[in-house]
Design a protein around this ligand. Structure first.
Ligand code: GLC
Length: 484
């Protein structure tokens, strides 16, 4: 057994404390699993407005200055032990955080100072409490400045010189570009990395990608895709030049948190041996949303309604699906135009299409535990969690062969399948996959065998967490080899 690693894990959000997107699911679960493997992993989050009540009346464990162009700003750190969070947690406060009323603004420029301040303060916290990490694991552009700083200015700082770095990409198109002013404000020099395009010299994520000891992303397929022009967001050359340092590690989930035999939000709980009970959930959901009782399959969509998810492409396919008797239920919010188009789809045939344009975790679980199919027609999908949850609930995924969808769903045509996979992001390809599903659905015994196979898949974090530990060790070895 090798020695435990000290890892500082930086994120903008972590479930269940603060969640906007999929990053929160990872930051809320991976650190705890890494700890179970014997590592000393500690999480740092910004003290967002919604978290302030957690520190009410608490005494900070440290106060320390963060230098800026205009003098120092005082950072203040709280340590939190919460039953709701399974890893040691620090919350950082300071002027740019107090001036912000949300996790992410729609204008990203409004968030640069806040997250650069947070990234620097999270590092300085370790000095203030004299807990020197072996590695800092940052996630997405929000905390990328910590990695860039460690690999540049931090190299001549005795406390940080030995600290290895890892940047994890959860969603490449969010590059954090245009941060020149905020970078200057916190005294960062611009990078002269030869593969960094000029426009990306003030882009926070690319700066970290150019300099980090290790780059991870959340599925093996996405790790390859981001090195191509189609998915590389203009920095594919940079990523290709760093290919030896890129690892794709599929996200996991907590099996206990997604268990249809214990899920209280379901009308009827079930497992792989009592699949017939599932029909009661479907009937209850149909009744609630005014859908007719029909032997046709019910397709669920649980998603943000935005460009990434390809739900604009799905619309014509869903219209056809409805004409062929298929039913659809959509849960999600997002782009107002798209929301309107989905409302119209439902209005045309309310007995077959229902939409709930909101965020509702309980309803999401009820859809997983009721619907026969789940559609994910993403333009790109770094990993995706819904397809894995759906499989746990015997809801068969119909997915595009991109990123983590490709790595987690196996098409039935290949034998021992767990879902339906299509290649092209076109309505025709989506409809064709739905038709294949509809045909198999009529063969109850084969369908239930498919459901049981999907339910038995192991998407737990253990294997992936071990892959992270291996990546950490490689990063540390690399850092030492070039810094000794
Ligand atoms: C982002 C990606 C999603 C991934 C999640 C967690 O939200 O869009 O595919 O599952 O991050 O890594």
């Amino acid at each position: 057994m090798s020695s435990p690693l000290r890892v500082l894990f930086l994120a903008a959000e972590a479930s269940p404390l603060v969640k906007v997107g999929g990053l929160a699911d990872v930051a809320g679960s991976l650190p705890a699993v890494l700890r179970e493997l014997g590592n000393d992993v500690r999480v740092v989050l910004p003290l967002h407005p919604s978290l302030r009540e957690l520190t009410h009346g608490a005494t900070p464990i440290a106060r320390f200055p963060i230098p800026t162009q205009f003098g120092a700003e005082e950072a203040c750190a709280f340590q939190l032990t919460s039953k709701r969070f399974a890893a040691p947690l620090y919350l950082i406060d300071g002027p740019p955080l107090r001036g912000s009323d949300t996790v992410y603004h729609s204008y990203v420029e409004q968030d640069f100072s806040k997250y650069i301040f947070f990234s620097r303060a999270a590092l300085e916290l370790t000095r203030a409490i004299d807990w020197q990490p072996a590695l800092v694991h940052a996630n997405d552009w929000h905390t990328a400045a910590a990695i860039y700083w460690l690999q540049t200015a931090g190299r001549s700082d005795p406390f940080f010189a030995q600290v290895a770095t890892l940047i994890a990409i959860h969603n490449l198109p969010y590059l954090g570009d245009g941060a020149a002013n905020a970078l200057a404000q916190y005294g960062f020099a611009l990078s002269d990395h030869p593969r960094l395009p000029d426009w990306a010299r003030d882009a926070l994520l690319p700066l970290a990608l150019a300099h980090a000891d290790m780059i991870t992303t959340v599925s093996p397929t996405y790790a390859a895709e981001i090195q191509t022009p189609e998915f590389g967001c203009g920095i594919e050359e940079l990523l290709r030049s760093r290919a030896d340092h890129v690892r794709g590690i599929l996200n996991g989930l907590y099996p206990a948190a997604w268990d249809p035999s214990r899920d209280k939000s379901l009308v009827a709980r079930f497992d792989a041996t009592t699949l017939n009970r599932r029909a009661r959930n479907k009937r209850a959901l149909q009744q609630q949303f005014g859908l007719v009782d029909s032997p046709a399959p019910l397709l669920g969509i649980v998603s943000r309604l935005d460009r990434q998810k390809g739900l604009d492409i799905a619309l014509p396919a869903l219209a056809q699906w409805t004409e062929h008797g298929g039913q659809t239920i959509v849960l999600g919010t997002g782009n107002p135009d798209l929301e309107q188009q989905y409302r119209e789809l439902a209005a045309r045939d309310p007995a077959r299409v229902a939409v709930a344009l909101k965020f509702d975790a309980q309803l999401a679980n009820r859809i997983y535990g009721s619907a026969d199919l789940l559609l994910m027609s993403s333009r790109y999908e770094p990993c995706g969690l819904s397809q894995m949850i759906a499989m746990r609930y015997g809801c068969i995924p119909v997915v595009r062969a991109v990123g983590g969808l490709r790595d987690s769903v196996r098409d039935v045509a290949r034998g021992r399948g767990t879902g339906f996979v299509f290649s092209e992001a076109t309505p025709e390809a989506i409809f064709e996959a739905l038709r294949r599903a509809q045909a198999l659905f009529t063969q109850t015994r084969r369908w239930q065998a498919l459901q049981r196979r999907a339910m038995r898949q192991d998407f737990s974090w253990r294997k992936s967490a071990r892959a992270y530990v291996a990546a950490y060790r490689e990063a540390i070895a690399f850092h030492n080899s070039i810094h000794d």
